[in-house]
Design a protein around this ligand. Structure first.
Ligand code: MN
Ligand code: MN
Length: 470
């Protein structure tokens, strides 16, 4: 069964919309290089679209009714948006979900050291990375330092034209004969992914016999960096203990190809689905069922922790919304959750002709062929998968056909090769219909991932059709 290339199908108006969507998407990627930065962007956009903060409404003992829009943020790293529909919540919601964390290098809690005249920050990589891809790239540092006095210092350095960048070194090829004998997984080891942040000693001014003398103290390069951090950010070495600093590729999201058909950027897994879900949610007109959009943290490390999908945060917020609508009971909440339907969106691996043997050509996502539906994911014998119900797939086919949304069905790769998990199975535990859907990505999980603009646009169209028709 052949699928059309969706570029063939667009009229002039759609092409205009597609380009506008791609441009906003690139701005989102540039402004959201961490979960916290994504949350800032999402909250601002939601407020502009008329969303109000749930916590404030709870304190005001407000009531929620049809058409109301609310959002709830958890620990500055996850967010849920609701748009109240006409029907009672017990009849279920239409839910979009995606994640806003991406693979990167996290800075350790005692990171700063000096060696061979360089100052380094020690890192611990986050999510699945091919470590050798992270050397000799310009890197930026984004994140926050929480000080003991309760103040927050925001750090983002490396992405403005004038900013310095950072990097991880690699051995020159002339001396790499031994290194190149190693397996790719071992060529660069996790502890070698330390980031170089300085190479100049702090000079101490000393007066001797009436003469100014310059002197270099112990660990002078490290001391120099600490002096800069103190001046620029008012932080001390100890403050790294309560910091969350992420090392990410420096640079903006770019159009790729002479035809500008693609986007090359860091963090498209899964900010491409997060952004397209958000846009579909924010442009939504009044609906019968309540619409919900969940954008969460920690998917890349198993959806753990208070801000991951396995946290009770989602279910708690549904209970709060139900309570403000006046119909809360434990049973009503259970009924609402099990009657809901969800598109759990995450990226899918795009067919790569250079590595054709890793895929089943009939069951892989192609760039430019639209929204991807993965009935199941998982490794080998579908381990870790959410296997969506055929009845649900039939319903989605009908909706997408009606709204002329172009979609394709796919698996990640060849059956015995491996696979991955998403957040789908976690929501499926409530008994609701959930399917994995998303956008095809080339070079997935690399520092610079590629998507096709048409797929990004088609994802937004698909999510909008789902919210309106399910
Ligand atoms: Mn993902
Ligand atoms: Mn991933």
């Amino acid at each position: 069964m052949e699928r059309k290339n969706v570029w063939e199908t667009y009229n002039a108006h759609q092409l205009e919309e597609l380009e506008a969507h791609a441009l906003r998407y690139r701005e989102f990627l540039d402004r959201g290089k961490t979960e916290r930065e994504c949350i800032d962007y999402i909250v601002n956009s939601a407020k502009e679209a008329g969303y109000r903060e749930l916590q404030t409404l709870i304190e005001e003992k407000a009531t929620l009714k049809k058409g109301d829009k609310v959002y709830a943020v958890w620990m500055n790293k996850s967010i849920i948006l609701f748009q109240i529909g006409e029907k009672p919540l017990e009849e279920g919601m239409n839910i979009l979900g995606a994640h806003i964390d991406s693979p990167r290098l996290d800075i350790k809690q005692n990171p700063l050291y000096e060696e061979g005249g360089f100052a380094y920050l020690d890192t611990h990589y986050y999510g699945g990375v091919k470590k050798y891809q992270w050397v000799t790239l310009p890197l930026a540092i984004h994140g926050v330092v929480m000080k003991k006095d309760g103040t927050t210092v925001e750090i983002h350095v490396g992405d403005d034209e004038e900013d310095p960048v950072f990097f991880v070194s690699d051995l020159l090829v002339h001396l790499a004969a031994e290194q190149l004998e190693k397996k790719a997984a071992k060529v660069i080891e996790g502890e070698a992914l330390d980031v170089i942040i300085g190479n100049k000693p702090l000079l101490l001014q000393q007066e001797q016999e009436g003469e100014e003398k310059k002197e270099v103290g112990k660990e002078a390069v490290k001391q120099g960096i600490l002096a800069i951090l103190k001046e620029a950010y008012h932080i001390e070495e100890e403050d790294f203990i309560s910091a969350e600093l992420e090392v990410v590729p420096a640079g903006k999201a770019r159009e790729a190809g002479f035809d500008r058909s693609m986007i090359l950027a860091y963090g498209q897994d899964d900010r491409v689905c997060a952004f397209s879900s958000l846009e579909a949610m924010l442009e939504l007109k009044e609906t019968e069922k309540t619409a919900c959009c969940i954008l969460v943290d920690k998917e890349e490390i198993g959806s753990v922790g208070a801000t991951g999908m396995k946290s009770r945060f989602f279910e708690n917020m549904v209970a709060e919304v139900m309570n403000l609508m006046g119909g809360y009971s434990e049973l009503a909440l259970r009924r609402c959750l099990s009657a809901s339907k969800m598109l759990s969106s995450d990226v899918s691996s795009a067919f790569d002709p250079s590595y054709a043997s890793s895929f089943d050509k009939k069951n892989v996502a192609y760039m430019g062929k639209g929204l991807v539906l993965n009935k199941f994911t998982g490794a080998r014998g579908k381990s870790g998968s959410n296997d969506a119900n055929a009845e649900y797939l039939a319903q989605l086919r009908a909706i997408f056909e009606k709204e002329q949304v172009h979609f394709q069905t796919a698996e990640l790769g060849r059956v015995d090769l491996g696979g991955g998990g998403t957040i789908a199975y976690i929501l499926a535990r409530y008994g609701m219909d959930v399917i994995d859907s998303g956008v095809a990505v080339l070079n997935m999980h690399s520092p610079w991932e590629a998507t096709n603009k048409a797929d990004v646009y088609e994802a937004k169209r698909g999510y909008a059709a789902f919210l309106k028709n399910t």
